[in-house]
Design a protein around this ligand. Structure first.
Ligand code: F3S
Length: 65
């Protein structure tokens, strides 16, 4: 699975970093999220799905590849 944050949608709600701090980080400059690695390690797939469900802006995109 791969994950991306849509920078145009992200408003910095930070729910993603709460759900999966191992992969989602917030940019110090604008407070928007970015991912450390687009390729999701197996052990974090459920946390990343939680992050995607929890984002109020629907900014997190998952790709089942
Ligand atoms: Fe942005 Fe959604 Fe996370 S708005 S900071 S991707 S919870």
């Amino acid at each position: 699975m791969r994950v991306k944050v849509d920078a145009d949608r992200c408003q910095g709600h930070a729910m993603c970093t709460l759900a999966c701090p191992e992969l989602f980080l917030l940019n110090d400059d604008d407070g928007h999220a970015y991912v450390l690695d687009e390729q999701v390690p197996e052990q974090f797939t459920e946390k990343v799905r939680q992050a995607q469900r929890g984002c109020p802006e629907d900014a997190i995109q998952l790709f089942e590849v």
